[in-house]
Ligand binder design. Structure first.
Ligand code: BGC
Length: 813
C-alpha cells in the first residue's frame, strides 16, 4: 500500500496541470480521432513525458514523478520494480487520460514473462510464469513452426498477466563463447537468429501483445556494456550483426525494437540515426517504436533525433532536457512529434488501450507442456558411443553432480523467470520409471543446502552467487555405487546472466572438482563395465574436447526451462529421439575462437567516470578484427577443427540424403533445391536439414560456405522419406560490397551443399550465375572511422594467419 501511494500524485498531478490548458471544445481522443489530431492537442510537457518512461522503483524511494529531487540513482537497481500496474514488470509509459492515452506495461524477458509471483505477501494467489527453454536451446531445434508455438504460449501469459509488450526476444550473435548473455541469444548465425526471432515474435504477437526485439545492435559482451565502443566494419555489421534483425523486422514486424547499451563505431546505438532511422525504418520498413535499453545512452535529445522514441526506464532529468531542447530550438518539435506518433501507433494496438480485462490465470499447465516439448526438441546428443543411449536395460541410476538435483532452468538477470517449480533431473528420471540412488540423492541434497546457506548473499541484482564445488565422493563409495547401479549420470551445470561475461577458469573449462568427479565416476563404473553419461545443463559453450573421450555419452540439455528433468529423462529413456543440432560451435579450445584476441577489448581506466548507481564507467573499445568470420564461417574457412561443429547433433536413428535436384543449372531470379531424406534406422526421428551455399569469390572475400536455408523434417518412421524443398532468391546469393554500398551476387559457379551439419555435407549440386546482380543498393551508414585489419580468407598477410603447405590458411599462435 505504501508503495502504491507514491504513484497517486505521479498520475494526478499532470492531469490537473494539463487539463488547465484545454479549452471547452471536446478534446481529441486516441482511437476516436486521428493520431495527428491527438498530437496537436498535446502540450509540450505531455509529449516530453510520453517519450520518457515512468521510471523505476529503487527500494523505498518514490518514483520519478513525485518530486524533482528524486530518484536517488545512487541506490542499487532492482529490475522489475514498477509497482503501478503489474508488479515486477520492468517499466511503464506515461498516461494522459484527458486524451485517452493509457499507460502501457513492458516486462522481461526472453525465456518467460518476468513479473513478481507473489503480491503483498499474499501467497493465496500467485502470478508464476512458465520458464521456457533458453534461446540457445530453442535455436537448436531448427524448427521455426515449433518456436512459433512456443511464442503463442508465451504471449498468452503476457496477455493474461496484463502486460502490453514483452521485452524479448533477444537475438545478438554469439560472437564469443564467453558472452555472458549468450544463453539469451540464439546463434552465431544470423539466418538462424533472425528466423527464430521472427517465428517467436509472430507467435507472441498473435495474442494481441507486443514484443521488443533486442539489443539492437552489436551488443555481444557484458564487460563494460554501457561504455563499450564496438569498432566493426560495415560488411560485418550488414552480414552478421544486423542481418538477424533485418530478417526479423521484414518477416514479423515486431511492435518495438530495443536499442543496445554499446556504441557502434563511436556513437551510442540509441543516438545513431543511421541505425535507428536510415537502416531500421527507411531500408527495412520498421513501423513500430524504438525504446532504449534500461538507462542506455547519454543524450536524450540525440536519442530523440536518432529515432529512439522511448527512453527507458525514464527519469525526470530526461523529460526536462527534452523540454529545454525544444524551448531552446536545439530539438525540432517535428522530431518529437514523430517519436510521439510512433509510440501512439503502438499504444493504439495494446491491450491496455483496448481495455482488455486480463484474467491473471494463463493456462500454465498447457504451457508447461509446450515448454517440455520445445526442450526435448532442442537438446543435442553430442556423443553416443556403442549406442549407450537410450538407456534400455538400465533401471537403477546413480546420479552425480550438483545440478542433477539442483537443475538450472534458465539464466539470471532480466532473463530469469519466476516459475512455480523446476523438475530436477532426479525427479524426471523417477517420473519415467528409473530408480534413482536414494542415498546419493540425500547426500547431494544436504550438501547443496549446506553450501547454499554458507554462500555470501549477492550484493546486487547482477551479482551471481559463486558456483558450488562438486562434492567429494570417496573411491570406495563410488565402487559401491558402480556395483549397485546400472549406469551413472553426471550433470555439469553452468549459470550466467547479464552484467558480466563468463570466465575461462571454472566456467568455460571444467573446474578441478568437476574433472575429478568425471574421472573417478568413469573409473569406478567402467571397471564394472557400466556406462557413464554426462548431461550438460549449460547456457553457453564449454570446453569438451579434453574429457569427452572418457565418457560414453553426452547429452547437451542446455538450460531447458521448468520441465527440465522430465524433458531430459524423455530423451535418456528413448521416449523421445533427440533431434537438436548445434546453432553455435563448440571449439576444441578457447585459443581457436576467432575473436579470442579481441574479447572483451581494451579499457581506458584513466578516463573512468561515475555512472548510474555510483558505479564506475570505464571507457572501452573492442575491434571486430574477425570481420564476417564469426563461428563456423571462420572454423570452416580457416580450417580450424572444432570439437563439435555448427549444425552437429546425433540421433538414435540414421538418415540418408538422396536425389538432390536443382530447378535449373543457371540462376534466373530464383532457384529451388529438393532433396530426399530417409530414415534408415530403427526408430522414428526428425532431421534438421541444412543448405549451405558456396559462392564465387571474385571481387569479395567469402567464407567457404554459409547457411542459406534450413528445415526440419516431420517425425519419420523407419524406412520413410520426406522430400524437402528450399528456395533461394537473389538475396540468398548476395554478399555486402562496402565500396558500392550494395548487396551483390557475383557471377560464377555456386555450389549448393546439403548437409546434416556444416561439416557433414551429404549432397552437392552446382548452378551458375551469368552476370553480377546488384540485389539492393543501400545507404552508406555506420562506417568505422579507423581502418580495421580484418581477417581475410585469401590474404596471406592478414593478421594472425599464415598459409600452410597445403595452401590452407592456418592460424599462427
Ligand atoms: C537488460 C534488458 C532488459 C532491461 C529491462 C536491462 O538491464 O539489458 O535486456 O530488458 O534491463 O529489465
Amino acid at each position: 500500500m505504501k508503495h502504491l501511494l507514491y504513484f497517486v500524485p505521479a498520475v494526478c498531478f499532470p492531469i490537473i496541470l494539463f487539463a488547465q490548458n484545454s479549452n471547452t471544445k471536446p478534446l481529441p481522443q486516441l482511437g476516436k480521432n486521428s493520431i495527428k489530431e491527438v498530437i496537436a492537442a498535446m502540450t509540450l510537457e505531455e509529449k516530453a513525458h510520453l517519450v520518457v518512461g515512468m521510471g523505476m522503483r529503487f527500494g523505498p524511494q518514490p518514483p520519478r514523478r513525485d518530486s524533482t529531487k528524486t530518484p536517488a540513482l545512487q541506490q542499487q537497481p532492482v529490475i522489475g520494480q514498477t509497482q503501478q500496474k503489474v508488479p515486477g514488470a520492468a517499466g511503464t509509459t506515461f498516461a494522459i487520460p484527458r486524451l485517452g492515452i493509457p499507460s502501457i506495461v513492458v516486462a522481461d524477458g526472453p525465456a518467460g514473462l518476468r513479473i513478481q509471483p507473489i503480491r503483498n505477501n499474499d501467497s493465496s494467489k500467485t502470478y508464476y510464469a512458465t520458464a521456457f527453454p533458453v534461446a540457445t536451446l530453442l535455436a537448436s531445434t531448427w524448427d521455426t513452426a515449433l518456436i512459433k508455438k512456443v511464442g503463442v504460449a508465451f504471449g498468452s501469459e503476457v496477455h493474461e498477466y496484463g502486460v502490453d509488450i514483452l521485452l524479448a526476444p533477444a537475438l545478438n550473435i554469439h560472437r564469443n563463447p564467453l558472452g555472458g548473455r549468450n544463453f539469451e541469444y540464439y546463434s552465431e548465425d544470423p539466418l538462424i537468429a533472425g528466423s527464430m526471432t521472427s517465428a517467436i515474435v509472430n507467435g507472441i504477437e498473435s495474442n494481441g501483445v507486443g514484443t521488443s526485439i533486442k539489443h539492437f545492435a552489436a551488443n555481444n559482451q557484458e564487460t563494460n556494456r554501457n561504455t563499450i565502443n564496438t569498432i566493426v566494419s560495415e560488411r560485418a555489421l550488414r552480414e552478421i550483426y544486423l542481418k538477424g534483425f533485418e530478417i526479423a523486422v521484414k518477416r514479423s514486424q515486431p511492435w518495438t525494437v530495443m536499442s543496445s547499451y554499446n556504441k557502434i563505431n563511436g556513437t551510442y546505438t540509441s543516438e545513431e540515426h543511421d541505425l535507428l532511422t536510415t537502416i531500421l525504418r527507411k531500408e527495412w520498413g520498421f513501423k513500430g517504436f524504438v525504446m532504449t535499453d534500461w538507462f542506455g545512452g547519454k543524450d536524450p535529445v540525440a536519442q530523440m533525433k536518432a529515432g529512439n522514441d522511448l527512453l527507458m526506464p525514464g527519469s525526470h532529468q530526461q523529460v526536462q532536457r527534452i523540454i529545454d531542447a525544444i524551448n531552446h530550438d536545439s530539438l525540432d518539435v517535428k522530431v518529437l512529434d514523430q517519436n510521439v506518433e510512433h509510440i501512439l501507433n503502438i499504444i493504439l494496438q495494446s491491450p491496455s488501450f483496448k481495455g482488455y480485462k486480463h484474467s491473471d490465470k494463463p493456462d500454465l499447465k498447457k504451457n508447461a507442456e509446450v515448454s517440455r516439448t520445445a526442450a526435448e526438441e532442442g537438446m543435442v546428443l553430442l556423443r553416443n558411443e556403442s549406442n549407450t543411449l537410450p538407456l534400455k536395460s538400465a533401471k537403477k541410476i546413480a546420479a552425480f553432480g550438483n545440478t542433477s538435483y539442483d537443475i538450472i532452468a534458465g539464466g539470471t538477470g532480466s532473463g530469469d523467470v519466476n516459475k512455480a517449480y523446476t523438475v530436477s533431473l532426479a525427479e524426471g528420471l523417477t517420473n519415467v520409471g528409473f530408480t534413482v540412488d536414494e542415498n546419493l540423492k540425500n547426500s547431494y541434497t544436504s550438501y547443496i543446502a549446506d553450501a547454499k546457506a554458507k554462500r555470501p548473499k549477492p550484493r546486487n541484482f547482477f551479482q551471481q552467487p559463486p558456483a558450488i564445488a562438486e562434492m567429494w565422493i570417496e573411491t570406495n563409495e563410488l565402487a559401491q555405487k558402480a556395483n549397485d547401479a546400472d549406469a551413472a549420470i553426471i550433470t555439469i551445470g553452468r549459470n550466467e546472466g547479464e552484467g558480466a561475461d563468463r570466465k575461462l577458469e571454472n566456467d568455460f573449462y571444467l573446474s578441478d572438482t568437476e574433472k575429478t568427479l568425471i574421472k573417478n565416476v568413469t573409473d569406478a563404473f567402467h571397471a564394472k563395465n557400466k556406462k557413464v553419461i554426462v548431461v550438460l545443463n549449460i547456457g553457453g559453450v564449454i570446453e569438451v574436447a579434453s574429457w569427452r573421450d572418457n565418457v560414453d555419452a553426452i547429452l547437451l540439455a542446455w538450460q531447458p526451462g521448468l520441465e527440465a528433468g522430465n524433458a531430459i529423462a524423455d530423451i535418456l529413456s528413448g521416449k523421445v529421439n533427440p533431434s537438436g543440432k548445434l546453432a553455435t560451435t563448440f571449439p576444441v579450445d578457447y585459443k581457436d575462437v576467432p575473436s579470442e584476441k579481441n574479447f572483451p577489448g581494451k579499457e581506458f581506466p584513466e578516463q573512468a567516470v561515475e555512472g548510474n548507481f555510483g558505479r564506475k564507467q570505464i571507457p572501452a573499445e573492442v575491434t571486430y578484427e574477425e570481420g564476417i568470420y564469426v563461428g563456423y564461417r571462420y572454423y570452416n574457412t580457416f580450417n580450424v577443427a572444432p570439437a563439435y561443429e555448427f549444425g552437429y547433433g546425433l540421433s538414435y536413428t540414421n538418415f540418408t540424403y538422396s536425389n538432390l535436384k536443382l530447378s535449373s543449372s543457371s540462376f534466373n531470379g530464383k532457384i529451388t533445391a529438393t532433396v530426399t531424406v530417409t530414415n534408415t534406422g530403427k526408430v522414428t526421428g526428425k532431421e534438421a536439414v541444412q543448405l549451405y551455399l558456396s559462392a564465387p569469390a571474385q571481387k569479395l572475400d567469402k567464407p567457404v560456405e554459409e547457411l542459406r536455408a534450413f528445415a526440419k523434417t516431420n517425425l519419420l518412421q523407419p524406412g520413410k522419406s520426406q522430400t524437402v524443398k528450399f528456395t533461394l532468391n537473389a538475396a540468398a546469393l548476395a554478399s555486402f560490397d562496402t565500396q558500392n554500398e550494395s548487396w551483390i551476387a557475383e557471377a560464377g559457379k555456386y555450389t549448393v551443399k546439403i548437409g546434416s551439419s556444416s561439416k557433414q555435407i551429404k549432397q552437392t549440386a552446382t548452378f551458375g550465375l551469368a552476370n553480377d546482380i546488384v540485389v539492393e543498393k543501400v545507404n552508406k551508414a555506420l562506417s568505422p572511422q579507423i581502418n580495421i585489419n580484418e581477417y581475410k580468407s585469401d590474404k596471406a598477410n592478414a593478421k594472425g594467419f599464415i598459409y600452410d603447405l597445403n595452401g590452407f590458411v592456418a592460424i599462427s599462435k
